[in-house]
Design a binder for this molecule. Structure first.
Ligand SMILES: [Cu+2]
Length: 234
């Protein structure tokens, strides 16, 4: 009889063992929440189902001289589509960012024609095979910057406008947390976290204050004016 009770108790414990909710808030050096930071959790146990937090086939638009979204998170092997919504050409380049830049990781270049009236936007696809950070730029427009974070953990999401990354059902155990931000050039040390069935809240502070991302142009259509400042190159 005793043995039966023990088995039931153990089974209940095991069932609830994967229910840990983890919230990581990313703050800047001044203590303000940082959106668009990437939070990676490496659970202590790989038991259970991997979450579906990442888009299977995301699109990065080139719109009004920006990459939208500015930061895209994918798993290795994901095909990313680049679509040019501007009336002028973009010449998108992708290169390994950071320390990996010195390695032999191949980059990519995509020349995307400007969108003509009544025509579909031109687009191109790139498959990103290995984990790492890809810096996106445009050969024609030096101000354009974007990033693709190719993660090595399915437990990866961007922080929201409150600077919070919210994970549900993280397996119990000692997890490692990595935080990445485009302007945090010195990698932050990983943080250890004990995941338990009850909610776990923690904060990670950057050593920088990211500049506020450039807002879209105030007057819609201004950048689309024929013969505008972007129309002059060939
Ligand atoms: Cu461009």
């Amino acid at each position: 009889m005793k043995k039966t009770i023990f088995l039931i108790a153990a089974s209940a414990l095991w069932t609830s063992a994967s229910a840990g909710n983890v919230q990581i808030q990313v703050l800047d050096r001044d203590g303000k929440p940082v959106a668009d930071a990437v939070v990676v959790v490496y659970p202590g146990s790989t038991a259970g189902t991997a979450p579906s937090l990442l888009q299977a086939s995301p699109t990065i638009e080139q719109e009004k001289m920006r990459f939208l979204p500015a930061v895209t998170v994918v798993q290795p092997g994901t095909t990313v589509r680049f679509t040019n919504q501007d009336r002028w050409d973009h010449h998108v380049r992708g290169a390994a960012a950071g320390l990996a830049a010195a390695s032999a990781t191949a980059g990519f270049e995509l020349r995307l024609a400007g969108k003509a009236d009544g025509k579909p936007a031109s687009s191109s696809e790139v498959k990103l095979d290995s984990a790492g950070v890809v810096l996106l730029s445009c050969h024609l427009h030096g101000s354009m910057r974007g990033h693709v974070f190719v993660t090595d953990s399915p437990w990866t999401i961007k922080t929201d406008t409150d600077g919070i990354a919210r994970f549900t059902a993280v397996p119990d155990g000692t997890a490692q947390v990595r935080v990445w931000h485009a302007e945090q050039l010195v990698d932050l040390p990983r943080k250890s976290l004990t995941v338990v069935p009850s909610p776990v809240l923690d904060t990670v502070q950057l050593s920088v204050v990211p500049r506020v991302r450039r807002a879209p142009p105030a007057s819609p259509g201004n950048n689309n004016a024929p013969g505008g400042p972007m129309g002059g190159y060939s």
